[in-house]
Each structure stands twice: as structure tokens, then as C-alpha cells.
Design a protein around this ligand. Structure first.
Ligand code: HEC
Ligand code: HEC
Length: 358
């Protein structure tokens, strides 16, 4: 396991600055000296949540995040040269691709739906089944796997081949040299892209402001919906806390009626009781990320919520215990409407735009 290190906190600095400015306005002399060594935050961080765990061998720097962002948006990283990481985690689709299941490199249809990446730096286990630990490893998995297709097989370039191409691009070559003291290689690409993904944090969203005590961040209907979500239907048994996920795996019955069901977490843990269990998704930006579930089987938010309110879909491994309150809530039509208003209030403004590529 990596030891973790927290990212620079921001609050004290801005308060000190405010006080200094106010003192200046009131003409108090002499103004207190500005506080030292409290630089302004350089990347977003979820206030009120434990610090993100950053691997010691991959510290965040502004230059590395910038490089990672370019690579994340660059289709030249892929095996077929036409898709970028961003291409399946689009802003207008709530950081998903808006398809039931993803279409990977060389137009191969994949088996699962693209999940949103909001607050992904706070997850220690990645993918619907949590099979990969840490974002650095995840980047390489997606890059050489079906998503990006840099497999080095069947005529496709390998990650090393792609890196050789990157090293021919002066703008990349210079950045890798400045940041890593050497050329692009798969580990360094993965470190840069992982650093960028750690900045995909839903700060300032209505949900975060609401949790910080700003009631007006959500509409009245949404606030009633929140009470249903957290108290009556207890969706929070799984969609818990600021992240709206407990980061655990549950069987809610999706896709279990297929001829050969995706067994999900059980493939990773080897434990029969994890059959059909998937990582609880966050619900941030949920109104934008249709269709829903790991297999994209619910076309609309109403449909997805109906499945949950029915207590999931019956099967041998269903997590009945955590779904009981949802099932027994027996919500009125109005209450369902409020619950949906809450979910639609979980949108996130993403003000990041595509970088210029070297
Ligand atoms: C073809 C579409 C596609 C492309 C391209 C793609 N992804 Fe994904 N991404 C997916 C799908 C589908 C999953 C879920 C797969 C699974 O769980 O088995 C996923 C999962 C993830 C996750 C895990 C999310 C979670 O909740 O655990 C991360 C992080 C991620 N992708 C980042 C990336 C990065 C970085 C790249 C580029 C190297 C990339 N993706 C390229 C479709 C794509
Ligand atoms: C037992 C834990 C649990 C409870 C309780 C629960 N959920 Fe979920 N929820 C999940 C899991 C796990 C998934 C993903 C299932 C899959 O795709 O296989 C999910 C998926 C969803 C999705 C689709 C998300 C997406 O990105 O595709 C929505 C919407 C949702 N839940 C809303 C709710 C609401 C509303 C409630 C309360 C009425 C609720 N959930 C209760 C575990 C839970």
C-alpha cells in the first residue's frame, strides 16, 4: 500500500487574506504581515472529506497535471488513433459516454457501461468490480485493454510504441523531460494521467454546498427528496456520505437474468456471496449520465429509481438487507417526484475545457 500525503489546505489562507484586506480598508496601521508558506490551492479538494491518498512516488504538481490532461484528451494515445480517454467520459454525459455499453478501440463493443469519474481520486479500487487498485494501474489497464487498445497485438501498437511516437512530438518531449527528467514511457504517462484525474473533483457543486449547510443550494422539492433519500428509503445504506457511495459492492440484481450473467465482484474476490455485486456508483451528475447501471439496462432515471424502489431485482445474491427500507418505503407519486428532484439537483458544473495539444 502507498502511504498517503494530504494536499495543501486552502481555508486558512483565504481567511487571512480577507482579514488583511479588511484591515487595509479600515485603515488600521500597520497591517499585519501577510502569512507565509500558505500558498493558494492549486487544484480542487473536497472540503469535509478525508484527504485524497496520493502515492508517495507520484506527487501532484501543476506541470504534471497539465501534461496528464493533454494526454487524457489526446487520441494519439489509443491503439487505433481515434479515441481519447475523454472520449468515453464526456462532460455533456456526466463524464460517461451516454451509451448502454462502451464501444472500445477498433469499434469493439465492450461489456460494461462507462461510469462517471466524479471524485474518482477518492476511490482506492477502480472499475465496477474494483479489480484494479490505484489510478496509475488503472490508466495502464484502460490504455492497453479494450478501451484504448494499445495492446501490441494483432497489429495494434503497444504502449511502448505509442510512447515512442510521443517522444517525437517536441511539446511532449519537453514536458516529460522537465517533469520526469527523461522521455515518455508507460509508467510516466500513467502517473501524469492519474494526477490529472485526481483533479476531477466536484467542488462547488450544489450537493457540496448543501452539505456545507447552504440549504438554498437545493430546491425545496429536492430538499424533501433528500429526506426521503436519506431517511425514508435509506438509499444512503449504499449511496452514502459526501461521495454518495460507500465504495462497497452490492448485488441489486442488475443483469442477473441474462443467460450468462456478469458475476461482477465475485470474479475479483473469488467469493460466491459477491456474485452480481458491483461498486455503488456515485449519483453526482446523474441526470446527465443515462443510460444507467453497469450494463446500461435502464434508459431513464425514472426507470433506474423504480428498480431501486422495488428493492432491486430478485435473485439468489440480492442485498435484501440494505434494500429493505427502499422496498418498504412505498412512496407516493409526489414523494417519487421529490426524490427525482433531489437526484436531478446533484448536477455538477464542470468548467474544464479541452487543452491545446502539442
Ligand atoms: C471506449 C470507452 C472508454 C475509453 C476510451 C476509456 N474508458 Fe474509462 N471506462 C470505460 C468503461 C466501460 C469503464 C468500466 C469498465 C469496468 O468496470 O469493467 C471505465 C472505467 C474507468 C475508470 C474507473 C471508474 C470507477 O468508477 O471505478 C476510470 C478511472 C477510467 N475509466 C479512466 C479512463 C482513462 C484514464 C482512460 C484513458 C487511458 C479511459 N478511461 C478510456 C470506458 C472507457
Ligand atoms: C444495496 C445498496 C443500494 C441501495 C440501498 C441503493 N442503491 Fe442505487 N445502486 C447500487 C448499486 C450497487 C448500483 C449499481 C448496480 C449495477 O449497475 O449493477 C446502483 C445504481 C443506482 C443508480 C444508477 C446509477 C448509474 O450511474 O448507473 C441510481 C440512479 C440509483 N442507484 C439510485 C438509488 C436510489 C434512489 C436508491 C434509494 C431508493 C438506491 N439507489 C438505493 C446500490 C444501492
Amino acid at each position: 500500500m502507498h502511504r498517503s500525503k494530504s494536499v495543501t489546505p486552502s481555508r486558512r489562507y483565504s481567511w487571512a487574506l480577507t482579514i488583511t484586506l479588511l484591515a487595509g480598508l479600515w485603515g488600521c496601521a500597520p497591517a499585519p504581515p501577510p502569512p507565509e508558506e500558505e500558498p493558494a490551492p492549486q487544484w480542487p479538494e473536497l472540503a469535509g472529506y478525508e484527504a485524497m491518498s496520493i502515492p508517495e512516488n507520484n506527487p501532484m504538481t501543476v506541470a504534471k497535471i497539465e501534461l496528464g490532461k493533454q494526454l487524457y484528451y489526446d487520441p494519439r494515445l489509443s491503439g487505433d488513433g481515434v479515441r481519447s480517454c475523454y472520449g468515453c467520459h464526456l462532460k455533456e454525459n456526466g463524464l460517461t459516454d451516454g451509451k448502454p455499453v462502451a464501444i472500445g478501440a477498433f469499434d469493439k463493443t465492450l461489456t460494461r457501461s462507462s461510469p462517471t469519474l466524479w471524485n474518482i481520486g477518492y476511490h482506492s479500487e477502480l472499475y465496477w468490480d474494483g479489480r484494479t487498485k490505484g489510478l496509475e494501474a488503472q490508466v495502464k489497464g484502460a490504455w492497453r485493454g479494450g478501451n484504448m487498445g494499445a495492446s501490441g497485438k494483432d497489429g495494434a501498437p503497444s504502449m511502448d510504441d505509442v510512447c515512442a511516437k510521443l517522444n517525437e512530438i517536441p511539446g511532449y518531449k519537453e514536458q516529460f523531460q522537465a517533469i520526469f527528467g527523461g522521455e515518455a514511457n508507460p509508467d510516466r504517462v500513467a502517473q501524469a494521467v492519474a494526477s490529472f484525474m485526481r483533479t476531477i473533483v466536484a467542488v462547488g457543486s450544489p450537493w457540496v454546498r448543501f452539505r456545507e449547510g447552504d440549504e438554498s443550494a437545493l430546491s425545496e422539492a429536492a430538499r424533501r427528496g433528500y429526506t426521503i433519500f436519506s431517511e425514508k428509503a435509506k438509499c444512503t445504506n449504499c449511496h452514502d456520505g459526501l461521495l454518495l457511495t460507500d465504495l462497497q459492492y452490492h448485488n441489486v440484481g442488475i443483469g442477473m437474468d441474462a443467460e450468462s450473467p456478469d458475476i461482477g465482484r465475485a470474479k475479483v474476490s473469488g467469493d460466491d456471496k459477491d456474485t452480481g455485486a458491483f461498486k455503488t456508483p456515485t449519483l453526482l451528475d446523474i441526470a446527465e449520465s443515462a443510460p444507467y447501471f453497469h450494463d446500461g439496462s435502464a434508459a431513464t432515471l425514472e426507470e433506474a429509481v423504480d428498480v431501486m424502489l422495488a428493492g432491486g431485482k430478485p435473485n439468489q445474491w440480492l442485498d435484501e438487507e440494505n434494500l429493505r427500507d427502499a422496498k418498504e418505503a412505498e412512496l407516493t407519486e409526489e414523494e417519487v417526484a421529490d426524490l427525482l428532484a433531489f437526484l436531478r439537483g446533484l448536477n455538477v458544473d464542470y468548467d474544464v475545457s479541452a487543452p491545446e495539444l502539442p
